[in-house]
Design a protein around this ligand. Structure first.
Ligand SMILES: CC(C)(COP(=O)(O)OP(=O)(O)OC[C@H]1O[C@@H](n2cnc3c(N)ncnc32)[C@H](O)[C@@H]1OP(=O)(O)O)[C@@H](O)C(=O)NCCC(=O)NCCS
Length: 166
């Protein structure tokens, strides 16, 4: 199993994943649900690639790298790393967001994918801890985080705020 950064060569598999990913599942948002392949190739993919080194983006936008989890030639999931925190991210979505293809859930892929993502984030994120946020009713994701060394640092009505030491 390996993480591959978003790229032009894997456009079709990345599009299949992106267009099928719900617009909002447990707080993980995807504005590109239902996008056509033509729109993906012409606009979405170049935009997502550019997020790592943003140009003409508003001041609040933090560089973000997209990675895909692959196993035996199949794309299984997506892992996003936001390179540093702002107040909004610290009290919001944190450094990392992830999802696994619906038909491939429950096989430990998110657990391994998050581990590989944290390995990459160690070289990017300046903060001492990786910040994550999870919905209180998202038991599967809480298990994924706990198996990666998570501890609960706070909560609000609907979320746990999670830290993982780098
Ligand atoms: C959360 C998500 C990434 C987990 O992916 P996954 O590959 O199925 O995760 P894993 O198989 O590594 O681990 C899931 C764990 O939760 C358990 N689990 C799965 N669904 C569950 C449920 N409804 N209730 C309780 N436990 C559940 C699994 O049994 C497994 O635990 P185990 O290892 O002790 O058996 C996936 O469900 C997903 O993409 N959800 C939508 C997006 C999302 O919620 N992202 C995270 C936002 S914080």
């Amino acid at each position: 199993m390996k993480l591959k950064k978003i790229n032009m060569q894997d456009a079709f598999a990345q599009w299949e994943y992106t267009t099928a990913l719900p617009a909002n599942e447990n707080g993980l948002t995807n504005p590109y649900h239902g996008v056509t392949y033509e729109e993906y190739i012409g606009k979405v993919l170049p935009e997502l690639i550019s997020y790592e080194d943003p140009v003409n983006m508003p001041d609040w936008f933090v560089p973000e790298s997209y990675y895909y989890l692959w196993d035996s030639g199949s794309l299984l999931g997506e892992f996003r790393i936001r390179h540093h925190l702002t107040d909004a991210l610290r009290n919001g979505a944190g450094h990392i967001g992830y999802s696994i293809r619906k038909d491939m859930r429950g096989h430990g892929y998110a657990t391994t994918g998050l581990k590989l993502t944290i390995d990459i984030a160690r070289g990017i994120v300046p903060e001492d801890e990786i910040f994550l946020r999870v919905n209180k009713d998202n038991i599967a994701s809480q298990k994924v985080m706990l198996k990666n060394g998570a501890r609960v640092a706070g909560e609000d009505a609907s979320h746990y705020y999670i830290l993982i030491t780098k």
